[in-house]
Design a protein around this ligand. Sequence first.
Ligand SMILES: Cc1cc2nc3c(=O)[nH]c(=O)nc-3n(C[C@H](O)[C@H](O)[C@H](O)COP(=O)(O)OP(=O)(O)OC[C@H]3O[C@@H](n4cnc5c(N)ncnc54)[C@H](O)[C@@H]3O)c2cc1C
Length: 327
Amino acid sequence: MQNTKRPTIPAAEEILGGYFPVLDHGFVALVDYMGSDEDIERAARVSYGYGTRRTSQTRGLVRYLRRHRHTTPSEMVELKFHCAMPIFVARQWVRHRTASVNEYSARYSLMPLLFYEPQAEDFALQSTSNRQGRGEGAPAEIYREAARRWEELRERASEGYTWLLESDVARELARIDLPLSTYTQWYWKIDLHNLLHFLTLRVDPHAQYEIRAFAEVMAGMMKRVAPLTYEAWIDYDLEGRPFSRAEREALARLLEVADDGAIAARGGAALSAEDLKGLGMSKRELSELADKVTPPGHPDFDLDLRRMRDAEEVGREMAGAVPGAFE
Ligand SMILES: Cc1cc2nc3c(=O)[nH]c(=O)nc-3n(C[C@H](O)[C@H](O)[C@H](O)COP(=O)(O)OP(=O)(O)OC[C@H]3O[C@@H](n4cnc5c(N)ncnc54)[C@H](O)[C@@H]3O)c2cc1C
């Protein structure tokens, strides 16, 4: 291969084109990237050439830019992924409009008959506190019955799809009754700024477990492309929390800031729930404030390289799942 003048990142090169399994039949692969933390700095400074800078200087700038939401320099970095996910996950994912998507054409190609089946430990009852989420685990007998019903339905859908193809019906029509659990695939390209927005929303515990599983792998990939941005994203976005006017007012009553920046608790100061409501906070905001002042987590999205698979192997597996007579 011809030597490149482009800056490359060894940690990203190590995983480039490698396929990381997600859920039972899905995957994410980083197929290409352009730029890294240094390119954010170059763009921010509108620099000439590829002069070397100390990592500590780049880190300081990257963190400053993130803190102050000066985001356009991070749009200069791009990542391109190949992903396979159940259609119901794709439907949530595609709401992120700032990416370029090219989905597998089931009008042109045959659908691999691969369906997502939740593991027993991810199968749960409706949450009683969050109308959009899962609560406690479902009884084993319900899971067994669900698995039986999924199997029955998918067999019928597969059989119907195959029959339509065998009857020479157009592929675009043959596919219409495949369930939402069927795996689809796409190429997905996005700049780093918008990827961080996607990841912030989709690694969050409020996101559905299945899309979160993909976002976590992609966060690990992003860490390899732009480790300083990844660190700043965790510190300021993912684990940072904005304060409202009332919350700042409450903190100002509790804390004293010295000229040198040191912070001390104001002697004996305390605020009751009533005091906080007096500042204009609702009951819900009170519980959100409690969440904000809980010590942050230390999420770790490091990729497990032992799980990385070869493109040809994954491609063969997908091809092997199209209806037999048409392979
Ligand atoms: C936990 C969770 C629950 C959700 N529940 C639902 C639901 O019940 N129903 C539902 O329909 N969706 C739901 N969504 C999807 C959600 O409403 C957003 O559509 C999705 O998260 C994409 O966010 P976005 O628009 O910020 O991202 P992007 O489309 O990537 O846009 C990024 C940013 O670009 C700007 N932007 C892009 N396009 C426009 C535009 N046309 N006009 C103005 N600004 C624009 C905005 O600032 C936006 O934040 C849910 C998402 C999450 C994370």
